[in-house]
Structure formats: C-alpha cells, structure tokens
Design a protein around this ligand. Structure first.
Ligand code: NYM
Ligand code: MG
Length: 217
C-alpha cells in the first residue's frame, strides 16, 4: 500500500464586514502556531500587488471602475497567488485565507448588475485551489451595528450587506455536503466564536492527505 503524502490544510474564513473575521483569523493563526503547525496567512484582496493596488483604490472610492472589470480584478488577484498557495500547502504549510472566491461572488452578485448573474460571477474563480474547510462567520445586522457600524469603504452599507449575506447563504447551500462549509454564529462572544472555529479546524491541524481539490471543477 502506498502512503499518501500529508500536505498543509487550506482553511478559508469568510464573512460580512464587521463579522469579527480579522480577529478570528489572528486567533486561529496563533492557536495553530502554538500547536507547532507551520502557518501562512493570506488575505484577499491582497492590496500589495499591482492588481491589489487597483482594487484598494476602488474600495476607497478613489477610482471608479466598471462592475465587471473590478470583479475580474478581484479574481485575478486570487489567481496571481494560486500557485504560491498550492506550493505552501504541498510543502506542509497550513494556509489560512482571510476571504476567498466566495466573497468575490457574494459582493459582486449582490450588486444585481445586469449581465452579472451568480453563475457569471462564479466563472472566473472556477478551478482555483479548493479549501479543505470554509468557516463562514454569520453576523446579524444588529451586531454589525452594535460593533460600531461600518467604515468608509465601498460596500459598507447595511442594505448592501444584507444582500451579500443572501448570496453567501446560497453559496453555502450549493457547495453541498462534501464541501466542508460551516456557518458559525459570529454574534457570540469573541472567545466562544474562537472555540467553535477551533473545534472545526482541529481535525485538520496536522494537515491532510486528501488531494487538493479545485473549486467547482
Ligand atoms: N471583496 C473582497 C469583494 O468585493 N470581492 C472579493 O473578491 C474580495 C476578496 O472587499 N468589503 C470586498 C469585501 C470587502 C472588501 O475586504 C475588502 P476586507 O476583508 O474588509 O479588507
Ligand atoms: Mg472590511
């Protein structure tokens, strides 16, 4: 019997703005490191690359862009890192991704712009490396408000976030049972959310011998 090689786990954390995602990603990273796991943190959009700089300027409303163009740039920003994510995983490093293709679909499809159906929005991200687990932080509009409301960036409006939430729900359902998509109640206290995330991640902490999948391919 041939032994399959263990690789790092690919963990994606998704959520609306003000869902506590950034804090949870940091806590998860610290927890994994404390367990002696090699971890790499990736954040999308990665605003440091040339494509990321265009995205950053759009999000700050310093530039305008066609809805399709910006959608494709968000996806291109993932593709430019796809190979290096795969390399990290294969070298045994666990990758935690703060937002991924699911944000790409949810925020763009929520615009309800003509010619930008859910399927169209999903297209450019087909065949990206698939996460081994996706943790969706579900926050209520009340909690978003209680956490001091939104910042200045594009998309940070209550009614828009509600539409984004609906697309995320659809993605979770359509990903199916084998996708390891978990919605976690992000209205709970920070420590409780962290505990729940850890329970879900722990089985993957030492890596996995599952071949790396491809999104929707
Ligand atoms: N966003 C993020 C998209 O619209 N499409 C994408 O593909 C990704 C990855 O960017 N409001 C949006 C969601 C957020 C914004 O992300 C910036 P963050 O995590 O708030 O910095
Ligand atoms: Mg944000």
């Amino acid at each position: 019997m041939s032994e399959r090689k263990v690789r790092g786990a690919f963990i994606v954390v998704e959520g609306l703005d003000r869902s506590g995602k950034s804090s949870q990603v940091t806590l998860l990273e610290e927890h994994l490191k404390a367990e002696g796991v090699a971890v790499r943190l990736v954040k999308f959009p990665d605003r440091t690359t040339p494509i990321g700089k265009l995205i950053d300027s759009y999000l700050r409303s310093e530039s305008e862009m066609d809805d399709r163009s910006i959608h494709l740039l968000f996806s291109a920003n993932r593709w430019e890192l796809a190979k290096s994510i795969q390399d990290s995983l294969e070298s045994g490093t666990t990758v935690i991704c703060d937002r991924y293709a699911f944000s790409g679909i949810a925020f763009s499809a929520a615009k309800n712009a003509s010619g930008m159906s859910y399927e169209w929005c999903r297209g450019p991200d087909i065949a990206l490396p698939a996460p081994d687990i996706t943790l969706f932080l579900a926050v209520s509009p009340e909690q978003q408000r209680a956490r001091g409301g939104f910042g200045e960036e594009r998309y940070e409006k209550a009614d828009f976030q509600e539409r984004v939430e609906h697309v995320f729900e659809r993605i979770g359902v359509e990903m199916g049972d084998g996708s390891r998509w978990f919605a976690v109640d992000a209205d709970q206290r920070k420590e409780e959310v962290a505990q729940e995330l850890w329970r879900l991640v722990q089985p993957l902490a030492k890596g996995t011998d599952r071949p790396l999948g491809r999104l929707w391919a």
